[in-house]
Design a protein around this ligand. Structure first.
Ligand code: UDP
Ligand code: MG
Length: 311
């Protein structure tokens, strides 16, 4: 293991329309890190913002040698923005942190201590969440439990992308070119020594969440489908159960016909059974389609992002 004493720290900050917060984020992050760490770089990624985020970032970088700016050619999404930042980072340890100060920068020194003691990944666990709607907290909780039940690897509950990674974890991540990226799961999958650090998730400093419900949903589906083929097995199991049920129905109808006084009555039952089955089949067809769509996406082998500016 390389010495973790005289190290370079990279901090990766994805930003999408964060003009309102970026100045304050830079001030807080910079003063904390320059106080605690000798060698560092802070990489801000502009994820195709439509406000003044990029101009503000460039002004900050012009005044400061430790700041790097990457601008993506359009909005690619949080996970891709993080990927671009990680690709560009040269540090021995790389920290990913949100731009809105919901992840307190003050936790970073704690992460570094854990890393120096031997952890390869130090992930932030949200011990509490101030200033988030109870809807978001409840759906997030539900989502992590569903992923936990479905996926073959353990993804720690209530974590975001706020974490520190050792260089060898970063190199491992770079070898994973998949498109539908659920980075917290990918990092968990990589292995090595992973440790939690608990923190209080604060209120967004300013502005609005960039994760509306549809993005959240897509993200959740990525999380499940990228790490599990269990939904497909569930389809098989349900198919087997329904076949068994209908076999029981056949035997029942035969007995009634041979030894009883007539036919099984009921168009209604027939109709319900047919539409029930039709529904189930379409749902699972759609599910298979989700997996195929992902294969199609991977098959095109497009690059994950393009940069329009880097400095
Ligand atoms: N973000 C991004 N691209 C996007 C959406 C979000 O880079 O398409 C960034 C955003 O600027 C922030 C982080 O990802 O730094 C987390 O987003 P946000 O705070 O809006 O999500 P929430 O904390 O509400 O889940
Ligand atoms: Mg946020």
């Amino acid at each position: 293991m390389k010495s973790r004493e005289n190290f370079l720290l990279s901090v990766v900050v994805p930003c999408f329309n964060e003009a309102e917060v970026i100045g304050e984020t830079h001030r807080r992050l910079f003063s904390l890190i320059s106080k605690n760490i000798e060698k560092f770089e802070i990489i801000f990624i502009d994820d195709g913002s439509t406000d003044e985020t990029l101009e503000k970032l460039e002004a900050i970088a012009d005044k400061n040698g430790n700041i790097k700016i990457l601008a993506l050619s359009r909005n690619f999404g949080h996970q891709i923005a993080i990927t671009a930042g990680i690709d560009a980072a040269i540090g021995d340890a790389v920290v990913v942190i949100d731009a809105d100060l919901q992840d307190p920068p003050e936790v970073i020194p704690e992460m570094i201590d854990a890393w120096k003691r031997g952890a390869d990944v130090v992930y932030g666990v949200r011990a509490s969440r101030d200033g988030e709607t109870s809807f978001k907290v409840a759906t997030a909780k539900f989502f992590y439990r569903v992923i936990g039940a479905l996926s073959e690897i353990k993804i720690p509950y209530d974590t975001g992308d706020f974490r520190l990674m050792d260089r060898r974890v970063v190199e491992a991540l770079k070898k994973m070119p998949e498109r539908d990226r659920f980075i917290r799961g990918m990092i968990s999958w990589v292995g090595y020594q992973q440790e939690p650090v608990f923190y209080n998730r604060e209120k967004r400093y300013a502005g609005e969440t960039k994760y509306p419900i549809n993005k959240m949903l897509k993200f959740a589906i990525d999380g499940i489908l990228s790490f599990s083929t269990k939904p497909l097995q569930i389809a098989t199991l349900i198919g087997i159960s329904i076949s068994f049920l209908s076999f029981v129905g056949i035997v029942y109808a035969l007995i009634l016909r041979l030894f009883g006084e007539g036919w099984v009555p009921g168009w209604t039952l027939l109709f319900i059974a047919v539409s029930f089955l039709g529904g189930i089949q379409l749902i699972f067809l759609g599910l298979i389609g989700e997996y195929i769509g992902r294969i199609y996406g991977e098959g095109k082998k497009r690059p994950l992002y393009f940069l329009k500016k880097s400095k």
